[in-house]
Design a binder for this molecule. Structure first.
Ligand code: UDX
Length: 486
């Protein structure tokens, strides 16, 4: 199948590379020439395990191509993915500028060939219909240019009122030169479907090939059939040890859009829940890891996403929970549980600073070393990373902050890192520290020589803010160890 993917961010690039690996002809489009040129040379804009190999493989086979020209991209494509960013505005609403621009441009390029336009970007509930309208507007603009001649005058946009007014009042039904008969009405042939993405950074490729489900929201049997064919190589695989096929979930557009928000909001709430339990554990003498193991065995609860720590960050949870709260507010509902989820998450970062204050008393003049900077391991993503809040809090309190991160230290990434000295190795990090804080649970932190590090520190205090290290071994290494929720 011929596929275009618009936007080569995390989701777009992984989707494109994986679909090419499955044998589809994929062309990835981005309006950033430097990015496209880099990708054509095999240089990736993000770090994601395994992605570079897939891009190289796709480029070598010719199944994966890159271009800045959207027209070339969609010309022969049956399926067009919109995978551009929807960053949060200060209000919490997602910024749909990029989706709108791309939808309009897609409309301008449509011809008689039927296409499935897939919303892969996380967009507010109801956006599928809005995207459809923008595409039609784009098509109308081009049709006006193409069809109108001095004699014919104008192209008529055939519209009907949207009874609920939710789509801006008018729904375009078709395009027709003013002089033509109603039979010559030209309607671009396409359907918009929602196909939310559930991949996690750091395991994006594995998640794409082994999804828990594939969700497609559409009322068009033709579009659903094409999407099924597109994903057939994944759907026909057997899932895990159970051998069951990957669930294929077909819903209406709005429900598919909501599934994405609800999934992320639920997972974020699960983490905030266990962090709240952790805070109560600390005060009552219980150990949150044992509690999580105990409750996680209940099939109705499950152990995943019950790791207490510094809370959630990254590009998805903060943005999507904020957007869902805002959507609820737009419809006159106050999402109190979700507000609390966000509040607990913000407080969790502050609590870590309080823990340091309790242990070191005055933080002014103290040196704190952070093990890890990225919002989670196996990524170079710093978006809403808890480390950034810690650095700001500690800096305000007059502490000197140093950090070592397996990826960030060796990269040029310095955005948001003005108030931290980024060290190139752990030994330099530990030197003269009053405390080390393990912020990101990178695998390599499991096997550090902690007794050597303890010897380099001014005070051998380690806060394991992800509860991922062996406390007993650390104590034997001469460290004073604190964690979260015990
Ligand atoms: C998330 C969703 O998992 C994914 O389905 C969606 O498509 C995008 O958002 P991602 O942001 O890549 O993926 O990371 P994820 O592994 O889900 O972790 C999110 C945050 O939660 C991280 O900051 C992580 O440290 C934190 N987390 C996760 C916890 O604090 N405890 C846990 O038990 C699990």
């Amino acid at each position: 199948m011929r596929v275009a993917v618009i936007g080569t961010g995390y989701v777009g690039l992984v989707t494109g590379a994986c679909l090419a690996h499955l044998g589809h002809h994929v062309i990835c489009v981005d309006n950033n020439p430097a990015k496209i040129e880099g990708l054509q040379r095999g240089r990736l804009p993000i770090y994601e395990p395994g992605l570079e190999d897939l891009v190289r493989e796709g480029s070598a086979s010719g199944l994966l191509q890159f271009t800045t020209d959207l027209r070339t991209g969609i010309q022969n494509s049956q399926v067009v993915f919109i995978a551009v960013g929807t960053p949060a505005l200060p209000s919490g609403d997602p910024d749909l500028r990029y989706v709108e621009a791309v939808a309009r441009e897609i409309g301008q390029q449509l011809d008689e060939q039927y296409r499935v336009i897939v919303n892969k970007s996380t967009v507010p509930i109801g956006s599928g219909d809005w995207v459809r309208m923008i595409i039609l507007d784009g098509a109308a603009e081009t049709a006006k240019q193409r069809l109108s001649s001095p004699e014919e005058g104008k192209v008529e946009v055939l519209s009907e009122r949207d009874p609920d007014g939710e789509l801006g009042g008018v729904v375009t039904q078709g395009l027709r030169p003013a002089s033509a008969s109603s039979e010559s009405c030209w309607m671009p042939q396409f359907d918009v479907v929602s196909n939310p993405e559930f991949l996690r950074e750091g395991s994006a490729i594995h998640d794409t090939f082994n999804p828990d489900r594939i969700v497609v929201g559409s009322e068009s049997p033709r579009a659903i059939q094409i999407m099924r064919e597109l994903y057939e190589p994944i759907l026909s695989r057997q899932k895990g040890l159970s051998g069951d096929p990957v669930p294929w979930v077909v819903t209406d557009l709005a429900s598919a859009e909501m599934i994405k928000y609800a999934a992320n909001a639920f997972l974020a709430t699960k983490i905030s829940f266990i962090n709240e339990i952790a805070n109560i554990c600390e005060r009552t003498g219980a150990d949150v890891t044992q509690v999580a193991d105990g409750i996680g065995l209940d099939k109705r609860i499950g152990r995943a996403f019950l790791n207490a720590g510094l809370g959630w960050g990254g590009s998805c949870f903060p943005k999507d929970v904020a957007a869902l709260i805002q959507t609820a507010a737009d419809y006159g509902y106050e999402a109190r549980l979700l507000r609390a989820t966000v509040e607990v998450n913000q407080q969790q970062r502050q609590r870590l600073v309080e823990k340091l204050q309790q242990a070191l008393k005055v933080l002014k003049g103290k040196t704190i070393g952070l093990l890890g900077l990225t919002f989670k391991p196996n990524t170079d993503d710093m978006r809403d990373a808890p480390s950034l809040s810690l650095i700001e809090h500690l800096h305000k309190l007059g502490a000197k902050v140093k950090a070592y991160d397996p990826i960030v230290s060796g990269s040029g990434i310095r955005e948001g890192l003005a108030h931290v000295v980024v060290e190139t190795d752990v030994l330099r990090l530990a030197q003269d520290c009053d405390a080390l804080v393990l912020v990101t649970e990178w695998q390599e932190f499991q096997s550090l020589d902690y007794s050597h590090l303890a010897g380099l520190m001014r005070r051998p205090l380690l806060i394991d803010a992800r509860n991922c290290l062996d406390r007993q071994a650390l104590r034997q290494a001469g460290m004073t160890v604190l964690g979260i929720g015990w």
